[in-house]
Structures are given as structure tokens and as C-alpha cells.
Design a protein around this ligand. Structure first.
Ligand code: NI
Length: 254
């Protein structure tokens, strides 16, 4: 089974002590490729650096909505050249987080839109983080028209998922789909057409069952794939193959 983890944070300090082992375990678990996603300029730089060191690691660069308050003109200017690096496959993660509201909403919106402009300028897809802001995120995406969209760790309803699929966005499912109480996520996992589905760990956070609450790592991706396969009543190999092919397509990875 060959898997593609569409969203990880390998530069996180949780991996500082054993990153090579983490990547090795991922490979043994069948996770052939992964995208390590930046959350600020330093982390985006680290993502590009990691992508340069490991052949199976690709990078995405952005300032996370949690950090949007610190994303001044300098930060956005710094992201431009980073996004031009050969192993950068997306701009992200960016979006709106109205659950935490760490940055003022007005600032989050401005920074989100600037990231969409960057993604268009570089012809890269956009990795979108969205919490309790789906109506507004969809409205901004509709208006600003990024070249491609990955809805990361999708937390919306089935209706929102359908609207995303209609527009050609990819729905990336993470650990919560394995949680017993995650009924919306389970429904989304059943409804989204295979051609629009991606899978991710979002490691080191959002560990799937049976590792919930512990440090997550890309090697746990098969647990998410297995759960989606169980929900859809198909072999996990089918989910693995389709989601890997989709990831290669949206991120333009061979
Ligand atoms: Ni993330």
C-alpha cells in the first residue's frame, strides 16, 4: 500500500529529537510522500530545508491564521521567494480560524487573501485551514479564485463538503475521522467522491485512534485510511491508491 500524507508539520519541535526515525517509520508504513506545511516564515523556511534534505518530503509555505497578527508586509514579502523553491508544492496553510480567534478576524481575512494572490502568482494550489468559518472561506475562495484548493483536516458538514467538491476542491481527512464521536467526519468520509479525497495526519497533532492524545506521526496514516475504507465498505488499498493519485495531481508531484 502506497500512501501520500497531504499535510504534516515535520519542523515541529515534537520531532526535533527523532525526525529521521519518524520519516523512516513513515516509509515502512507505506507513506511514500508527504507535504510538510509551514505556519510562519521561519517554519516555512524549515519546511523548504527539510524538503531539500529528504527526497520524499515536499514543502508548503505560509503564515497560519493563528499567526496572522504577526504577518506584516515583511512576512508576506519573505514568503514570495520561498514559494519559488522547486520543492514547494503549495501555499499553506492559510485560511480563517474563528474557533480560536488568535488573530483579529479582519487581519485573518486580509492575510488569507494575500496568500491566495501568492498562490496565483506562483501557480500553486492553496492549503486551507478553516475552523467555524466555512461560509466566509467559501465566499473568499469563490471571489479570489486560487488555482487549486485543499481543504485540510476538513471539519465542515456534508453540505459544505459537497459545495467544495462541486468547485473541484480536495477534501483532506485527518485523525478525527477515527474518533467515535466524529459523526460529521464519518458522513463526509462516506459521501465525498474518491476523486476528491486526500488523507493527512497533520502530525504531530490530531493523532488517530488508537493513539488519540499522543504525539502523531505520518506512520499512523494507515489507521485513517483503514477507517475511511471501513466507512465506505471498500479495501484500504483503494483509498490509499486514490488519495495518493489525487495528492500527486493537486501538488504536481511525480
Ligand atoms: Ni496543519
Amino acid at each position: 500500500m502506497e500512501l501520500f500524507d497531504s499535510h504534516v508539520h515535520l519542523d515541529d519541535e515534537a520531532f526535533a529529537a527523532d525526525l529521521a526515525a519518524v520519516i523512516d517509520r513513515a516509509r515502512q508504513a507505506g507513506v511514500i510522500d508527504m507535504v510538510t506545511v509551514g505556519i510562519d516564515v521561519a517554519s516555512s523556511r524549515a519546511a523548504v530545508d527539510l524538503a531539500g534534505r529528504f527526497s520524499t518530503v515536499h514543502a508548503a509555505v505560509a503564515v497560519h491564521p493563528h499567526e496572522a497578527g504577526r504577518a506584516g508586509p515583511k512576512a508576506m514579502a519573505d514568503l514570495g521567494p520561498l514559494a519559488a523553491h522547486a520543492k514547494v508544492v503549495a501555499v499553506g496553510e492559510t485560511g480563517l480560524d474563528y474557533a480560536k480567534d488568535y488573530a483579529p478576524r479582519e487581519v485573518q481575512r486580509r492575510v488569507f487573501i494575500e496568500h491566495i494572490w501568492l498562490s496565483r502568482e506562483r501557480n500553486l494550489p492553496l492549503i486551507v485551514h478553516c475552523r467555524e468559518a466555512h461560509a466566509e472561506v467559501l465566499e473568499i475562495l469563490e471571489r479570489e479564485q486560487p488555482v487549486g484548493v485543499v481543504m485540510h483536516a476538513f471539519s465542515g458538514s456534508v453540505d459544505v463538503a459537497r459545495a467544495c467538491v462541486e468547485r473541484g476542491y480536495f477534501i483532506s481527512l485527518a485523525g478525527p475521522v477515527t474518533f467515535r464521536n466524529a459523526r460529521a467526519a464519518a458522513q463526509v468520509a462516506q459521501e465525498v467522491p474518491l476523486g476528491s479525497l486526500l488523507v493527512e495526519t497533520d502530525a504531530p497533532v490530531l493523532a488517530p485512534e488508537p493513539f488519540r492524545g499522543r504525539r502523531n506521526e505520518p506512520a499512523y496514516l494507515p489507521h485513517i485510511v483503514q477507517r475511511i475504507a471501513d466507512l465506505r465498505g471498500c479495501p484500504p488499498e483503494e483509498i490509499a491508491a486514490a488519495t495518493a493519485a489525487n495528492a500527486r495531481r493537486v501538488y504536481a508531484v511525480n
